[in-house]
Design a protein around this ligand. Structure first.
Ligand code: WTA
Length: 656
């Protein structure tokens, strides 16, 4: 191999096949069935997707061309006419699902609401008419800055219904972040709420919108629609601001879904690049509908009796694809929760599971690590026996955290789907199909049928088994992002030019390192930007962190490289401890030894710093870039606007 890749040092051998009972009832029932699907899709991806598009979605008009591929720009189902709001709502109204719960919502203070498909359809149609009355038209952009309340989903579906693209901005983002995103997308209208509940306090969202729009900073915005949620006193600017409930009153519920071109823009979702301007990831209509529909169906193995709960915020792609569009397109019951586990109620999530009899639970490793830290007596005190399937997304999950999730939450009964994907991919790419693929703790297992993934070197050559490399996708798929909003050149540069095969093929790469084991299972090793280079060995962060987390005292760990004259870099570990352990010199020594025992001397941390908390993005990902600065004794450089809690950095500087 001519190019440096990443060395793999961790071995995890445990294997967990699904129970016969689970497999029997599952959509995809065996490894053979998965393999057949995979092979069929690989042999003719276009036919594979076209067949599913035909049987699984409703179209106003069939497409002419399945795939038009002008690398790196793809068009799926050109010539087709479709509407995702129709597929999520209207088509269920003529079936028994008409009065099935579409959305079960639980507010943080304990209030709840359930909307059937018929009720949700009615609300969406009315709100779509409100948007129209305010002059929103097909092709316009609408900003959505909302707490986790049903109106967030209603607003998204209403935009989709009339062909306006939504740009949801996470409610935890600041006024400045909101302003930048509204400007970039030239939003015509903003939907928000007076406030939302977060950890027992009100987040004053409308106030942030006012700040973002102050002094005419976003001239494109003509109207602001405000949901009354928290009922604190709220300034309304006459002529610009309107209460949702006022305008929704008496509006017609008749609003047929607009037939959209397959490739019409459905939404923009901004990802914060590590530096510079946020990227507006563009997703379009038909391909995204199909991809989120199929992945939801097969990966979460949705059955009609299930209550399915994804804990993400609608402000992230996981909320778009797996709270709203994927589940509703399948006619599922999707649960939406406003709250977070919090000091005052560490068992909040388990109460929700018990109260609503949740069957499928999809959350993030950062949440699982927080649960571990809070102690297993909280889940143990609740009845979680309704659960039958668990999932994770957002970061690599360390094998020991996986085992805890499996044992304590899943009662050793529930398969875990560790789903690897990105905002850019639209839907899940590498994942177990839970009735078919035996799982290994820490591995996202195998690619979804139709996803031609691989682990390669910089020239696009496959690397050998158990060698680290770059995780890439070699063929377009329906859910892929289409461009960066307003900047197609940035799209090409960011995702399609890092890996350069000699034959000039285009290969999608978005930053993760991985290895494939002898069974073809994928092990994501972390972002390649975070790779640590020790004495000529390039080590991924995930494996060293997993070794640390496998020690009983450790709740969470983040490792970075610290410049070292001799070795290039040395491993520097930031470690948070489980509740009943305290930092000490001895423990630091013991942890270093533990890493050596688990994976070898090469990964031995030169230094261990104990801390109460790690710096994370608002979606819960550890920001190793900042830790690198701290380890090197430098000032923290670059963009810190996505940091969840700035206090964490000050503590870390002080050595905590
Ligand atoms: C990381 C979230 C390991 C990865 C859907 C990816 C994961 C980035 C996993 C995308 C997983 C997500 N195992 N790493 N199961 N899932 N990641 O855009 O680094 O918020 O590139 O999308 O999260 O994050 P994004």
């Amino acid at each position: 191999m001519s190019q440096p890749t990443i060395e793999s040092i961790l071995q995890e051998k445990r294997l967990f096949p699904p129970s016969a009972e689970f497999s029997q009832k599952a959509h995809i029932k065996s490894l053979e069935e998965y393999q057949q699907l995979y092979d069929k899709a690989k042999a003719d991806p276009q036919k594979f997707w076209a067949d599913l598009a035909e049987t699984e979605l409703d179209w106003f008009q069939k497409w002419d061309t399945v795939l038009d591929w002008q690398p790196p720009f793809a068009k799926w189902f050109s010539g087709g006419k479709i509407n995702i709001s129709y597929n999520c709502l209207d088509r269920h109204l003529t079936t028994w699902r008409r009065n099935k719960a579409a959305l079960i919502w639980e507010g943080e203070p304990g209030d709840s609401r359930t909307l059937t498909y018929a009720q949700l359809h009615r609300e969406v149609c009315q709100f779509a008419n409100v948007l129209k009355q305010l002059g929103v038209q097909k092709g316009d952009r609408v900003g959505i800055y909302m707490p986790m309340i049903p109106e967030a989903a209603i607003a998204m579906l209403a935009c989709a219904r009339i062909g306006a693209a939504h740009s949801v901005v996470f409610g935890g983002f600041s006024a400045e972040a909101l302003r930048d995103r509204l400007i970039d997308g030239q939003a015509k209208l903003v939907v928000t709420a007076d406030g939302g509940w977060r950890k027992d306090a009100i987040v004053p969202l409308k106030e942030q919108v006012d700040k973002a729009l102050a002094n005419g900073a976003v001239p494109s915005v003509e109207n602001v629609l405000v949901v009354e949620r928290t009922k604190q006193k709220t300034q309304m600017e006459p002529g610009r601001d309107h209460w949702w409930h006022d305008l929704q009153q008496g509006v017609s519920a008749d609003c047929p879904a607009e037939p959209m071109d397959s490739e019409d823009m459905l939404f923009i979702l901004y990802t914060s690049g590590s530096t510079g301007k946020p990227k507006g990831v563009v997703h379009t209509t038909a391909g995204y509908n199909l991809y989120t529909h199929m992945t939801t169906k097969w990966i979460f193995d949705l059955q009609d009796t299930d209550v399915y709960w994804c804990t993400a915020d609608v402000g992230w792609i996981t909320g778009h694809s797996y709270i709203v569009y994927g589940p509703l397109s399948n006619g599922a019951t999707t649960l939406m929760y406003e709250g977070a586990p919090r000091g005052s109620n560490p068992g909040a999530f388990w109460d929700v599971i018990e109260k609503h009899g949740v069957n499928i639970f999809y959350t993030a490793p950062t949440a699982i690590r927080a649960f571990i830290k809070m102690g297993e007596h909280h889940p143990k005190a609740r009845n979680l026996s309704s659960l039958r399937l668990l999932g994770t997304v957002g970061e690599p999950i360390n094998p020991e955290a996986w085992m805890w999730y499996y044992r304590v939450i899943g009662g050793e009964r529930c398969p875990i789907v560790d789903t690897w994907w990105q905002t850019e991919t639209g839907g899940i790419m590498v994942t177990p199909l839970p009735g078919a693929i035996p799982t290994k703790p820490g591995s996202a297992t195998l690619p979804f049928p139709g996803i031609l993934a691989d682990v390669v070197d910089l020239e696009g050559n496959s690397v050998g088994d158990n060698q680290g490399g770059y995780l890439v996708v070699k063929h377009p798929w329906p859910g892929m992002m289409r461009t960066v909003y307003g900047d197609p050149d940035r799209f090409r540069r960011t995702y399609w030019e890092h890996i350069t095969p000699k034959d000039g093929e285009y290969v999608y790469f978005a930053g993760d390192g991985a290895r494939k084991d002898e069974d073809g299972y994928y092990w994501v090793m972390g972002r390649v930007d975070d790779v640590i280079s020790v004495a000529g060995h390039r080590l991924g962060t995930m494996e060293i962190e997993s070794a640390l987390v496998s020690h009983p005292a450790v709740a969470e760990a983040a490792v970075v490289g610290k410049p070292d004259e001799l070795k290039g870099e040395e491993v520097f570990a930031f470690v948070t401890l489980e509740g009943d352990h305290t930092p000490s010199e001895e423990l630091a020594k013991e942890l270093k030894k533990h890493v050596v025992n688990e994976i070898g001397a090469i990964a031995r941390p030169g230094e261990i710093r104990f801390t109460d908390a790690l710096p994370k993005t608002r979606s819960g990902k550890i920001m190793r870039r900042l830790l690198r600065n701290l380890a090197a004794g430098q000032e923290v450089a670059g963009d810190t606007s996505t940091l969840e809690d700035r206090g964490v950095l000050d503590k870390l500087r002080g050595g905590a």
